[in-house]
Ligand binder design. Structure first.
Ligand SMILES: Cc1ncc(COP(=O)(O)O)c(C=O)c1O
Length: 435
C-alpha cells in the first residue's frame, strides 16, 4: 500500500519534472523569465533574434566627406568619462569653460554663446525660431542647399523670404546684399552661408556686416563648415547670429552645436511680440541654463553631458594649437589637395581660388566616370570616405572634406593615392596624368 503510494507520488513528481524540462527546452525557461512572466501580458514583442552580449565594435574609417570628420582620439577619450549630473557644480564649470573657448573660436566678446543640443540643424532651427517673428522679412542668399533649407525654415516660422540667388559655385558680393537691402527696406535679417558644403564655396565676409548694420538688418551666418578652420572674426565681420557644428572642423562627435548671438540680436529677441514657437530651442530659457543672466542655473532640459566633454576637449586642442595656426594648417592641406587633384587632370568645381572652401572641395566627375565606383573603391580598399554631390552638384562632383584631425599632409597624400588608384581602375577613358 505504502509502496503503491510512493510509486504514484514518484510518478507525479516525474511528470512535473518532465513538464518543467519540456518548458525549459521549449522556452529557454530561467529564473529571470519566471520573474518576467508576471509581466508577460505587456511583453508582447519577441526579443531580437540575436541578443548582443559582445561589446559594440565598429570599423575605423578616415572620414573625408563633408562631415562628420574623423575625431581626434583625445576627444573620443573625453567622451568616455563618467557622467556627471547636468547641474552638478563640476559640469557647470565645464560649461563655462566651453563658453570661454567658443568665444575664442568665434572671436567674439559676446556673452551669448552656448552649445545647442543636437546637430547643426538644431542650432540652425534654434536661430530661426528665436530671431524670425511672423511677418519678418529675411533676405536669404541661395547658392546651394543651405540657402534653400534656410528659406524653408524661415517660412515654417512664418517669416517672409526674399531670395537672392546665385548659381552653385558662385558667391555674393557686398553690392549684391546692398542692392537687395535698398530694394526692400523691411528686411530684418540677412542670411548667408560662410562655407557652402554642397557646392564648395567660401563666402567672402568683408564689408557685409557693416552694410547690414547701415540698413538696420542683423547679419545671420552659417559657419557649420568653417568654424575653427577658416579665418573668421565674429566681432570684426559684424555677425549678429551664427551657428556651427561640432563634427566638422572641430572634430568632435555630432550633437553639441555652437551658437553665438550678439547683443543687438538679443535685443530683437527681447522685443518679440510673441514667445518663440519652440520650447526646446527657446534661447531665453536655454540662456538661463547656460548662465546668460546671473540667475542660479535652472533645469530646462537634460544637458548633453558626454557631448559637452567632447566639445570641451576639441576646443582645448584648437586653443592649444592656436586659431591662426589651425587656419593655416587647413589652408596648406587644402592647397596640397587642390594641387594633387589638378596634377591628376581633375577639374575643381569652384574656379576662383579665393572663393573656394578649404574644408570641403568639390571636384568635377570626369565625363564617363561613375562617381560611386570611385568612392566605393576608396572605402572598400582604403577605408577612406569621400562623398558625391548634393543639391545643385548631385551626380556632378565628388566632395572631399579636409577638416580638423584630417587636415594633415600625410592624410591628404593617402587620399590622393587612393583616389588615383580608384581612377586607374574605374576612370574609363579619362586621361590620367602622373601625380
Ligand atoms: C553648411 C552646413 N550647414 C548646416 C549643416 C547641417 O548640419 P547637421 O548635418 O550637423 O545637422 C551642414 C551639414 O552638412 C552644413 O554643411
Amino acid at each position: 500500500m505504502a509502496r503503491a503510494r510512493w510509486r504514484s507520488t514518484t510518478a507525479a513528481a516525474c511528470a512535473t519534472c518532465a513538464a518543467a524540462l519540456l518548458l525549459l527546452c521549449i522556452g529557454g525557461f530561467s529564473r529571470a523569465d519566471a520573474a518576467g512572466d508576471s509581466y508577460s501580458d505587456l511583453v508582447t514583442q519577441a526579443k531580437p533574434s540575436h541578443v548582443h552580449t559582445e561589446p559594440l565594435a565598429v570599423p575605423s574609417k578616415t572620414l573625408m566627406g563633408p562631415g562628420p570628420s574623423t575625431a581626434h582620439p583625445r576627444v573620443l577619450e573625453a567622451a568616455r568619462l563618467p557622467l556627471l549630473g547636468h547641474l552638478h557644480g563640476e559640469f557647470v564649470k565645464i560649461m563655462g569653460e566651453v563658453q570661454e573657448q567658443l568665444r575664442y573660436a568665434f572671436q567674439t566678446q559676446s556673452r551669448y554663446v552656448l552649445a545647442v543640443s543636437g546637430t547643426g540643424h538644431a542650432a540652425m532651427e534654434a536661430a530661426v525660431a528665436n530671431f524670425v517673428e511672423p511677418g519678418d522679412v529675411v533676405l536669404v542668399g541661395v547658392n546651394g542647399i543651405w540657402g534653400e533649407r534656410m528659406s524653408d525654415l524661415v517660412e515654417r516660422y512664418m517669416g517672409v523670404v526674399v531670395r537672392m540667388e546665385k548659381e552653385g559655385g558662385k558667391v555674393f558680393s557686398g553690392e549684391d546684399v546692398e542692392r537687395e537691402l535698398t530694394k526692400e527696406p523691411k528686411i530684418k535679417l540677412v542670411f548667408l552661408t560662410h562655407g557652402e558644403s554642397s557646392t564648395g564655396t567660401l563666402q567672402p565676409l568683408e564689408g557685409i556686416g557693416s552694410i547690414c548694420k547701415k540698413h538696420g538688418a542683423l547679419f545671420f551666418l552659417d559657419t557649420v563648415c568653417t568654424l575653427g578652420c577658416v579665418p573668421f572674426n565674429v566681432d570684426k565681420h559684424g555677425v549678429d547670429i551664427t551657428y556651427s557644428g561640432s563634427q566638422k572642423c572641430l572634430g568632435a562627435p555630432p550633437g553639441a552645436s555652437p551658437l553665438m548671438v550678439s547683443s543687438a540680436a538679443m535685443d530683437k529677441l527681447q522685443s518679440r511680440k510673441t514667445k518663440p514657437f519652440t520650447y526646446y530651442f527657446d534661447i531665453n530659457l536655454l540662456g538661463e541654463y547656460w548662465g546668460f543672466k546671473d540667475n542660479p542655473r535652472w533645469y530646462h532640459h537634460t544637458g548633453m553631458v558626454s557631448n559637452v566633454y567632447a566639445l570641451r576637449e576639441a576646443l582645448s586642442i584648437l586653443q592649444d594649437e592656436g586659431l591662426g595656426e589651425a587656419w593655416a594648417r587647413h589652408r596648406e592641406a587644402a592647397e596640397r589637395l587642390w594641387d594633387g587633384l589638378e596634377r591628376m587632370g581633375l577639374e575643381l568645381f569652384v574656379e576662383d581660388v579665393n572663393e573656394r572652401l578649404p574644408t570641403v572641395t568639390t571636384v568635377k566627375v570626369p565625363e564617363g566616370v561613375d562617381w560611386k565606383d570611385v568612392a566605393s573603391h576608396m572605402m572598400r580598399k582604403h577605408k577612406i570616405e569621400i562623398s558625391g554631390g548634393l543639391g545643385p552638384t548631385a551626380g556632378k562632383v565628388w566632395r572631399i572634406g579636409i577638416m580638423g584631425y584630417n587636415a594633415a599632409p600625410q592624410t591628404v597624400n593617402r587620399l590622393l593615392h587612393a583616389l588615383k588608384e580608384a581612377l586607374d581602375l574605374y576612370g574609363g577613358s579619362f586621361a590620367k596624368k602622373e601625380l
